[in-house]
Design a protein around this ligand. Structure first.
Ligand SMILES: O=C(O)CCC(=O)C(=O)O
Length: 208
């Protein structure tokens, strides 16, 4: 008996018009255009920038050397949330099928300077991190602006399509890269320049 047998359909998921095309990494180009990226960068409050902590809350610059700032939700940033929510809903419906409620906190602006890195980690963890299910990273800079600084996922990400793999390796600014929050990933050493991104985590009931 095939798994697509309707008797095995989970009612909550039955709204799907098509079966899930499950992927580990999904890349969506042009979620924001250059003018919108400039607007986003203008919304980041330099006073809110602080060193990025690792999961334990500690600052360990051998693992993570970056600066982060919340893109606080409000009237000026609402459009960024709406755009990303729309894209996330679409990607989740087609490729992940997670039960999601929304973003777990403010979206996070991240900058990794020359010599900066964010070593292998997962986004899901203890305490409130346990509700994270789907992570998204939007690159805000052109690849010409920095060298190194590649977002990489564990080699197990074999479900990535060839097109998605190319986009993840060499994303154009405004490309959103989605992956499950349990997937190991890292940002490799930035050899020169500054790499900026906008990161978000979608939460929902714990995996069961
Ligand atoms: O900046 C990125 O593209 C990803 C950052 C990251 O891995 C994280 O914040 O968990």
């Amino acid at each position: 008996m095939k798994c697509s047998d309707p008797r095995f359909t989970i009612p909550e998921l039955s709204y799907r018009a098509e079966p899930l095309k499950w992927r580990t990494v999904v890349c969506v180009p042009d979620v924001f255009d250059q003018a919108e990226i400039d607007r986003i960068l203008g919304l980041v409050d330099p006073k809110h920038k602080q060193d990025g902590a690792i999961g334990s809350g500690d600052l360990d610059q051998t693992i993570r050397r970056s600066r982060v700032a919340p893109l606080v939700y409000g009237p000026t940033t609402e459009w960024v949330y709406e755009r990303l929510t729309k894209t996330t809903t679409d990607v989740n419906g087609k490729h992940f099928g997670y039960d999601l409620l929304g973003f777990d906190s403010h979206l996070q602006y991240t900058e990794v300077p020359e010599g900066g890195v964010y070593d292998w980690h997962v986004d899901i963890g203890p305490r409130n991190y346990r509700f994270r299910k789907l992570s998204v990273s939007v690159l805000l800079d052109d690849g010409d602006m920095f060298t190194g600084g590649h977002l990489e996922t564990a080699p197990a990400a074999t479900f990535t399509t060839r097109g998605d793999r190319a986009l993840m390796t060499n994303p154009s600014p405004g490309t959103a890269i989605f992956f499950p929050s349990w997937l190991l990933h890292r940002v490799t050493l930035v050899n020169s320049g500054l790499r900026r991104s906008l990161v978000g985590w979608c939460v929902g009931p714990s995996f069961s």
